[in-house]
Design a protein around this ligand. Structure first.
Ligand code: DCP
Ligand code: CA
Ligand code: CA
Length: 373
């Protein structure tokens, strides 16, 4: 008899979420406001205080100020404090976000950015499926983000996106929570149903009337009954979610703006040959990813993280889009030579990057258009 056996590959997925992101960016821009309640606002412009709170730092949250409440209410709650109210400055936060996403990309082959301050990383290959290694990498990521941008984040690690997200949320700010596959059920069971992605206020209320308050309650609730109430799709989703089951892959949402890799040298050095040996290895890897996605590059960049964790980038834009490895490595060599000439930095980590990417077809299309074909 032939039996079909479904073998699911075990994964390690990480969710990185920046703490009180917009407000933390503002604290860094002006450290004098650290320690005070900081409220970042979307002013509608109708009256002086009309509009909503975008986010607030944890000092302000103690007074009940949070995303979405009216600015006037936040002012009331913070009446007797030295609170600081600031308008949102998206371009400034986006720049910091891009920097952080670049750092994260260097730690994983698959990254899915879900919002300005949040991304999933598939760590299965890089960790060789070891949760000890995953925890170690998560700590390193936190350190690198802090050293380079002065921001803290919270990280959740688990066997899938659903668990990683809940794990990142349970300990904030500056948290790190690792949930191994065998711990998933007991980790989720005591949490309120609202902790699960997709369970909003309305669902929470509906479940509450059924006596279902925790994820553990949901897990033992009859799945057929859930389907009758919420429909097949949602009912099945809630049931699986309560058991920590989720096979949604970590997928890049858009064409990447760049492909890059960075790695740590065996020891800090200024030796060009040692640096290039490692850089060429990274180039091959990045180049393979470029070809796999059928992309062409016009800019080549290098990155050096110094012994003191200060980071430096250099890049060169070429005349025409290319897709060969030789131009890439030759440009990398040129950039590292120049960088070492100009600075006295000891390199701790080195990285290479291709950017200004275009699809191969686009090139052909523009040539066809050019020749009027
Ligand atoms: N944001 C917003 N309006 C909302 C929710 C969020 O403008 N209703 C913006 C401001 C936040 C950013 O998005 O800084 C990220 O949202 P998060 O939900 O991740 O919240 P924070 O990063 O502010 O706080 P936390 O530390 O809880 O992650
Ligand atoms: Ca956040
Ligand atoms: Ca977020």
């Amino acid at each position: 008899m032939c039996e079909a056996v479904l073998v699911l590959q075990s994964r390690i997925v990480m969710l990185v979420d920046l703490d009180y992101f917009f407000a933390q960016c503002e604290e860094n821009r002006n450290p004098a406001i650290k320690g005070k309640p900081v409220v970042v606002c979307v002013y509608s412009g109708r009256t002086e205080d009309s509009g909503a709170v975008s986010t607030a730092n944890y000092v302000a949250r103690k007074y009940g100020v949070k995303s979405g409440i009216p600015i006037s209410l936040a002012k009331k709650k913070l009446k007797d404090t030295d609170a600081v109210f600031l308008p949102v400055d998206k371009p400034f936060y986006k720049q910091i976000s891009d920097n952080i996403m670049d750092i994260l990309r260097s730690y994983s082959d698959h990254l899915e950015q879900v919002s300005i301050d949040e991304a999933y990383l598939d760590m299965t290959n890089r960790t060789k499926e070891s949760y000890i290694e995953a925890k170690h990498i998560a700590k390193t990521i936190k350190q690198e983000i802090l050293a380079q941008t002065h921001l803290t984040c919270s990280i959740g690690v688990g066997p899938n996106k659903l668990v990683a997200k809940v794990a990142a949320d349970v300990q904030k700010p500056d948290g790190l929570t690792v949930v191994r596959p065998e711990e998933v059920r007991s980790f989720l069971a005591p949490l309120p149903v609202r902790s699960l992605v997709g369970v909003g206020k309305k669902t929470e209320q509906k479940l509450d009337t059924l006596g279902v308050r925790t994820v553990g309650h949901l897990a033992i609730f009859d799945v057929q009954h859930l389907i009758e109430i919420f429909g097949r799709k949602l009912g099945t989703y809630f049931h699986n979610a309560s058991l920590g089951i989720d096979d949604d892959p970590v997928e890049e949402r858009n064409e990447p703006e760049s492909v890059s890799r960075i790695s740590t040298l065996k020891e800090d050095t200024r030796d060009l040959q040692v640096i290039l040996k490692e850089a060429y290895r990274l180039c091959e890897d990045v180049h393979k990813r470029l070809l796999k996605r059928e992309l062409m590059y016009r800019s080549v960049g290098i990155r050096v993280v110094a012994s003191n964790l200060a980071a430096y980038s250099r890049s060169k834009t070429l005349e025409n889009p290319q897709n060969d490895l030789e131009t890439f490595t030759a440009t990398v060599k040129e950039l590292f030579e120049k960088f070492l000439d100009e600075s006295d930095v000891e390199a701790r980590r080195v990285g290479v990057r291709l950017s200004s990417l275009t699809k191969k077809e686009d090139m052909q299309q523009s040539l066809t258009r050019f020749f009027g074909a």
